[in-house]
Design a protein around this ligand. Structure first.
Ligand code: SF4
Length: 643
């Protein structure tokens, strides 16, 4: 059923074994000077081994002023070529093709990252980076065109099969192209012909350096989603011009930093968000060159449909390959239910990137750590392992322990597996967490873990089983704050709201503005409730990534959820709450239900008992300290791997 997705295709002279593309995503795995590291190489080699057709290596800066991230790949000097060659050889070994993305950040960086002044077509700061750039002189423009050309030459010398010119996401080429960021009055600004001049001169220079028989892919944001920015209609004209100049493929994305939700696409953005734009561009260029489409495409069925319906020719699956590098092979072998799907959380990847640290993946602890672990070899000494608790940490530990050859038994006191994941999947835009839950259950069953549902692992039972190791993953329970009135009937926990066991009235106060409190508030607002969130700190949602947080806050405002920060509930009444605010006390009445969402505390009674009995015990996840799912999963992975 995946015959279109798996069909070979040609981009210029480059033949690909299938239509699955790994698009560029900055990893922060490169050295400080932009050189390839062993880690960088292993990460890409793993994706090549998984069967992807083409890897487009991350945005690589062609000039020192163009660096955008701390440990980003560089291609700005000849000394980097030997390392790049090792990378292309590693990827070619597994039959994939590899392109490098040539990039300059323009104003979407800071002098802290580059150590130099920020440059751009016009002296207008990026609304996100907020640093005033220097306007590029014509001489400097020539220097940058030359830098793109030299970078392309290095790419060819290093054995890359193609280059992709990054003309999207608000970076330098996009800045020149867009009236939103280009206010020049010389021949590089003004009408479309002038705004296209820099991108076209870059393409021509790259072509001059690489010759006719070397593919050039051009990536563009078909829409910028900002006032005064490029629209789809203009992009159709732009695409035609780019094809006339001689590009070999066009890669459709969207957004600039100001509209970064369209670049980072959290789970609130629909899957396949750029498919129709790609189809429009493909039509505009009469299919003269292949079109690649990106944008939260994680499902191979959707990928197949895109190609089958002629909306694009290749499908870029970025985060889908972070979460499962073997996706292409599993598709080819018909093992669809075994794919570990990306859940669109951004916690392991993009949130970390924008904190200037290396990426990984919430669902795949191996991502970025390919040199440290080898799941293809089993442990030297096989053990009898008991896992207590079937939440994210326990399931992942059971999966990995079984893969390492241990004999694993998992006890879950509830009838259903999943623990906190089942609750976490309920708020708006979180249902893809179920993909992770289903994957973990599928895998523990497949790898022969004995699962005892609805059974509590009492100490006597554990002594009877005589395990070599007990992994305790008993999770956490909600904290009930010591507030007068908390025992009233109108008080419920966020957990009870989300699992459907609480009766919630029309007017609701949520105590706690962390992620759980905010998500529960949104869940209730979606059901027509009037909600007030009360938070002690001076901001809400302090425990989530900045970009995801911005979108969440926007939705809370749209849904008319009232937020009180720097406020503390001092007493819960039968029909309201008394709140202490900066400027005194306030009583809110007419409230039907008070929801408590002030965090969780470890459930660790068993852990203490086992320790006192001297049984070898490995605590993981929330029973150690309540944290996010990513920490639970990664801890489960590491502990089980090292047993
Ligand atoms: Fe997808 Fe989340 Fe993994 Fe990023 S961290 S690849 S969004 S599952």
């Amino acid at each position: 059923i995946f015959e279109k997705l798996l069909e070979p295709i040609q981009i210029g002279p480059m033949k690909l074994r299938n239509r699955i593309v790994m698009p560029s995503m900055v990893t922060n795995f490169a050295a400080a000077d932009g050189a390839v590291t062993e880690r960088f190489k292993a990460y890409h080699q793993t994706r090549a081994k998984g069967g992807v057709g083409l890897i487009i290596v991350e945005a690589s800066y062609v000039h020192p002023t163009g660096k955008g991230f701390k440990n980003q790949l560089g291609i700005y000097k000849d000394e980097l070529v030997p390392g790049l060659r090792k990378l292309t050889e590693a990827v070619h070994f597994y039959g994939a093709k590899i392109a490098v993305q040539l990039y300059h950040a323009g104003r979407q960086t800071t002098s802290k990252v580059t150590g130099m002044n920020v440059v751009a077509p016009s002296p207008i700061p990026c609304p996100v980076k907020q640093e005033m750039p220097e306007e590029l002189s014509k001489e400097e423009i020539k220097e940058l065109i030359e830098a793109f050309g030299q970078a392309a030459r290095r790419a060819k010398e290093a054995g890359f099969d193609a280059v992709e010119i990054h003309g999207a996401h608000g970076y330098l080429l996009n800045q020149f192209l867009s009236p939103y960021s280009n206010k020049r009055t010389d021949e590089y600004g003004g009408n479309l012909e002038n705004r296209l001049r820099f991108p076209i001169e870059v393409i021509k220079k790259v072509r001059e350096e690489v010759g006719e028989d070397f593919p050039i892919i051009y990536r563009m944001s078909a829409e910028e989603y900002v006032a005064g920015g490029i629209t789809l209609e203009e992009s159709k004209v732009i695409a035609k011009k780019l094809v006339e100049v001689g590009i070999d493929a066009i890669h459709i994305s969207g957004g600039v930093y100001e509209s970064s939700a369209m670049i980072i696409q959290p789970a609130a953005i629909p899957q396949g968000c750029f498919i129709e734009n790609a189809a429009a561009i493909k039509k505009a260029i009469n299919g003269e060159v292949p079109v690649i489409v990106v944008g939260r495409i994680k499902d191979p069925v959707m990928a197949e449909e895109i190609i089958r319906e002629g909306k694009a020719d290749l499908v870029a699956m970025g985060r889908a390959l972070l979460s499962d590098p073997e996706l292409p092979r599993k598709v080819a072998e018909g093992r669809i239910q075994e794919i570990r799907k990306c859940i669109g959380c951004n916690q392991g990847c993009i949130d970390r990137l924008f904190q200037d640290i290396d990426i990984t993946c919430l669902v795949n602890a191996l991502t970025g750590h390919e040199t440290e672990f080898d799941l293809e070899t089993t442990a030297e000494k096989k053990k009898k392992v008991l896992v207590v608790g079937g939440g994210p940490a326990g399931l992942e530990a059971a999966r990995v322990a079984a893969l390492r050859g241990h004999k694993v038994v998992l006890y879950e006191q509830e009838e259903e597996l999943g623990g906190q994941m089942r609750i976490a999947a309920i708020p708006p835009h979180k249902n893809e967490i179920n993909d992770l839950l289903n994957y973990l259950i599928n895998q523990v069953e497949k790898h022969g873990v004995v699962i005892e549902r609805g059974k509590k692992a009492e100490i006597e039972l554990i002594k009877e089983i005589k395990p070599d190791a007990v992994i305790v993953a008993t999770g956490s329970e909600p904290v009930i704050p010591q507030i007068p009135g908390v025992e009233r009937e109108n008080v419920v926990t966020a957990h009870e709201v989300l699992n459907g066991s609480a009766n919630v009235g029309q007017k609701v106060v949520v105590i706690g503005g962390g992620l759980v409190g905010c998500e529960t508030a949104e869940y209730l607002a979606d059901r027509g409730k009037q909600v007030i969130v009360v938070e002690m700190l001076d901001d809400i949602a302090m425990d989530i990534g900045l970009l995801t947080k911005a979108l969440l806050l926007k939705r809370l405002v749209e849904k008319k959820i009232k937020i009180l920060t720097k406020s503390k509930v001092k007493e819960i009444l039968a029909d309201g709450v008394i709140i202490e605010k900066e400027n005194g006390m306030e009583q809110i009445t007419g409230i039907d239900t008070v929801v408590v969402a002030v965090g969780s505390k470890p459930k660790n009674d068993l852990l203490k008992l086992l320790e006192s009995e001297g049984i070898p015990v490995y605590p993981i996840g929330d029973c150690v300290k309540p944290r996010k799912i990513i920490e639970a999963i990664h801890e489960g992975f590491r502990i089980a791997y090292n047993l």
